[in-house]
Design a protein around this ligand. Structure first.
Ligand code: NAD
Length: 411
């Protein structure tokens, strides 16, 4: 199996389409992006040197609405990654019932090598050079290497270009610039809501043992909510290594420890482990919330969890999925588990368009309603077609996209 993310995304598309008999012409549309923008950003660095940065924006598919989200500023960005992420975003929006298509893009750069001024100039230049932008065509949001701060710079630049305010044209911006509440916690909160539903369905105890790999934005938020709800978070890992305590880790105290030291390592009362050992710990629920392909042929037969919640994008390789399925281990797929930020970004655009800004309870309640309903629809589809939750989610998404294409006369 290839490690090319675009081929992986296409494999998921074709598998689900075949099971549900999706119109082959709809599938043909989804085999390629609608638009690809690839451009160069020349920029004078602080020391006077002229550098050129590769930039991308893909409008993967807009049958369901304007494209949205995802600007990655990373050193290994390439077109295949952007295309794969664009298709996943298209599917995530459809899974969550959001009237939007999938967009993804970014700049090939390591932001750590930039000064603050260079970073800001690069963000502003990206938006200036982006050919199509605005609330009804393309709404960029944050991803790896971008944040509320970068999105605020982009919003400001866009409003300078257009000469009017348009808060609905950029997502993931701070509340101070008419962003939404819960922006940073959206994905982890959604992961928690979906886990709670899966636990009920699978008859897993409400004080189940949970292992979380990744203690960033997503993993940390989910772990805090798990602990608050009475689950026992027994293992936590980050890029350096992992920690374990079979009686449960005090997550709020761990957040403070990580804020001080940078890593989970050395948290009092825990045993130190490698990331590989973390994934193989005895537990009820495993939550990969870090990077792709961590569950693979090498460890799938050693995983002890009953349920895997894919908080990261693409944490399970297709080979591992086959092994895990044979072993009766349930997987709730990434396009459903981590669609919380896609949902809250849609709320952010709605708030910007109406100038009606919601309090945090309203955002959280609407997120819960939307993501639980997406979980229920996915489960029903998986049962109907006697297939995995991953295929169930993709089938629901593909049906909605194909229906819109039919109604529009595309197919
Ligand atoms: P983050 O950068 O805030 O945190 C990532 C965490 O993973 C950190 O604790 C880091 O130390 C750890 N990590 C990094 N590389 C690792 C490795 N090789 N092994 C073990 N741990 C490692 O990122 P995040 O926003 O929390 O995103 C985590 C995952 O969730 C990513 O796969 C991302 O694509 C996915 N995701 C995030 C969002 C979102 O809203 N942030 C939405 C959808 C999907």
């Amino acid at each position: 199996m290839s490690n090319n993310p675009f081929e992986t995304s296409q494999a998921a598309l074709h598998t689900a389409a075949k099971i549900a008999g999706i119109n082959p012409d709809a599938v043909r549309y989804l085999e390629q992006p609608k638009r690809i923008f690839q451009f160069t950003i020349p920029m004078k660095m602080d020391n006077g040197e002229l550098k050129f940065f590769e930039a991308y924006r893909v409008h993967y598919n807009d049958a369901l609405g304007q494209v949205k989200n995802g600007l990655r500023f990373v050193p290994d960005l390439d077109l295949d990654i952007v295309k794969a992420l664009g298709l996943w975003m298209t599917v995530k929006h459809a899974v969550a019932g959001i009237p939007a298509g999938g967009g993804k893009g970014g700049v090939k750069v390591d932001p750590k090598t930039l000064s603050e001024g260079e970073y800001e100039r690069l963000c502003r230049a990206y938006i200036r050079k982006l050919p199509m932008k605005g609330a009804w065509v393309d709404v960029p949001g944050a991803d790896i290497g971008t944040s509320g701060k970068t999105m605020a710079w982009m919003l400001d630049e866009l409003e300078e270009i257009k000469q009017y305010h348009q808060p609905a044209a950029i997502n993931d911006k701070p509340v101070a610039t008419n962003g939404t509440q819960l922006s940073m916690e959206a994905t982890g909160t959604g992961v928690f809501f979906v886990t709670r539903e899966a636990v009920k369905d699978l008859g897993i105890a409400s004080d189940a043992k949970i292992v979380v790999q990744g203690f960033g934005n997503v993993g940390r938020t989910a772990a805090l909510l798990y602990r608050e709800a009475g689950f026992k978070v027994v293992g936590v890992g980050d890029i350096k290594n992992a920690i374990y305590n079979e009686d449960g880790i005090d997550i709020p105290a761990l957040v403070e420890h990580v804020a001080k030291t940078g890593y989970v390592e050395g948290f009092p009362g825990t045993k130190s482990l490698s990331n590989a050992e973390l994934l193989e710990l005895p537990c009820d629920i495993l939550v990969p919330a870090a990077v792709q392909s961590v569950l693979n042929e090498g460890n799938a037969d050693k995983i002890q969890a009953k349920l895997i919640m894919e908080a990261a994008n693409g944490p399970t390789t297709p080979e591992a999925e086959e092994i895990l399925a044979k072993r009766g281990i349930a997987i709730v797929p990434d396009v459903l588990t981590n669609c919380g930020s896609a949902i809250v970004c849609s709320f952010e655009r709605t708030q910007g368009l109406t100038d009606d800004y919601w309090d945090v309870d309203k955002v959280r309640n609407k997120l819960e309603e939307r993501i639980v309903s997406a979980y229920r629809a996915t489960k029903a589809s998986a049962e109907k077609y006697d297939t995995s939750m991953r295929n169930g989610a993709w089938i629901n998404a593909l049906k909605k996209i194909a229906d819109s294409m039919t109604a529009r006369g595309w197919i």
